[in-house]
Design a protein. Structure first.
Length: 372
């Protein structure tokens, strides 16, 4: 990615101010993903059947308003086929999670838009940085539209939302999050030269980040199909390594997205491959000089091990909401650590290019040797 902070236009104090704002906002996006995951886990996402971006901020307050909201929910297939007989207090509980998710998403949008336009008015952003932040703002708006399209998919014929739209919703959220984290890291730890140095570790870390992202999207399909409840044994699925009926759908590609057993198996394989990849990267880079990149690498392997443990625990305990939410949080944190490793390698390498061999980062040759 381009380095938006290069050049004399931003002072160190301005970089820190904008960078810290983006770091806080990225944390809010992470919480949005977690709240959205809990909304899905509690099957609350269809409890609000209208999209009112402004007036929807105010929840039902009177008995009549609650009765109307409940009546609207009673018209959709989820209630008629799965939740018939649900009481009003039970409806209020699922309504609360969806309401909190939507309200928090609105707040996230405001915390991005208001400071952004303030910084623009004060001319505190370089053109490349302004373009990137405006792109993030546009993607955030698109994310709201995509969220409603996802909800719409479960209001007429289905009893839940489309797993395809759920995965797209999560995928775009993670793209927004990664862009923000990278930009904040650019501003808070700017590089001081070219992008040279440690190319192999940087390339491997970039591929690892992409693999983690793919695994997270596969997890969205698991959630969308409730596939985590199909087999609750590990390492075998029932009495087999590959579950029965793995390729029962035609054409074959539908099994990747619509066959619950196959979706769970694929997510397992992807997750174990991530753990193996992190271990290999850590082992080959173990001689990397002490510094920020090495600390991020150590964090990455710890998070990878924790994430696999959370995943296995979620399966064995039949997807308790609290543990599944921790598992989803762990996925985002693992993705963050991997992305920051890519950034740290770039920063260390570029900084080393202008340092002496006695500098605290070591030399480029030392970094390259660490992965040979």
């Amino acid at each position: 990615m381009e380095q938006p902070q290069r050049g004399p236009d931003l002072t160190p104090a301005q970089r820190r101010r904008v960078g810290r704002w983006l770091a806080v906002w990225a944390t809010m996006v992470l919480l949005t993903v977690v709240i959205g995951g809990i909304t899905r886990l509690t099957e609350s996402g269809l409890s609000i059947t209208e999209w009112r971006p402004v007036s929807g901020v105010i929840p039902p307050l009177t008995a009549k308003q609650w009765s109307e909201a409940f009546s609207q929910y009673q018209q959709i297939p989820e209630y008629q086929q799965l939740n018939r007989g649900m009481t009003l207090p039970e409806f209020k509980r699922i309504f609360l999670w969806e309401y909190v998710h939507r309200l928090w998403a609105r707040l996230v949008g405001l915390v991005l838009a208001v400071p952004l336009f303030w910084f623009l008015a004060r001319r505190m952003l370089t053109r490349p940085l302004a373009r990137r932040l405006l792109l993030i703002l546009a993607l955030t708006g698109a994310q709201g539209v995509l969220g409603w399209l996802m909800v719409q998919s479960g209001l007429t014929e289905r009893t839940d939302v489309s797993q395809y739209r759920l995965a797209a919703h999560l995928g775009l959220a993670l793209v927004i999050y990664m862009l923000t984290v990278w930009t904040a890291a650019d501003l808070l730890a700017p590089s001081r030269g070219s992008d040279g140095g440690e190319p192999r570790l940087g390339r491997v870390a970039a591929w690892l980040t992409a693999w983690i992202y793919l695994t997270a999207i596969a997890g969205a399909f698991v959630a969308g199909l409730d596939a985590g409840r199909v087999y609750n044994t590990f390492p075998l699925m029932g009495d087999r390594l590959v579950p029965r009926g793995y390729a029962q759908l035609t054409p074959w590609w539908r099994n990747l997205f619509e066959n619950a057993a196959a979706v769970q198996f694929n997510h397992r394989v992807l997750a174990l491959a991530v753990l193996a990849g992190v271990c290999i990267v850590w082992w080959r880079a173990r001689r990397m000089p002490a510094g920020h990149a090495r600390r991020v690498l150590n964090l990455l392997i710890a998070l990878a091990a924790l994430q696999v443990a959370l995943g296995v625990g979620t399966l064995l305990l039949v997807v308790p909401v609290w543990l599944a939410a921790l598992h989803q949080t762990g996925a985002v944190l693992l993705l963050t650590a991997s992305l920051l490793l890519v950034h740290a390698v770039r920063v260390t390498s570029a900084g080393v290019a202008g340092a002496t061999s006695e500098g605290r980062h070591g030399t480029v040759a030392d970094g390259a040797a660490a992965i040979d």
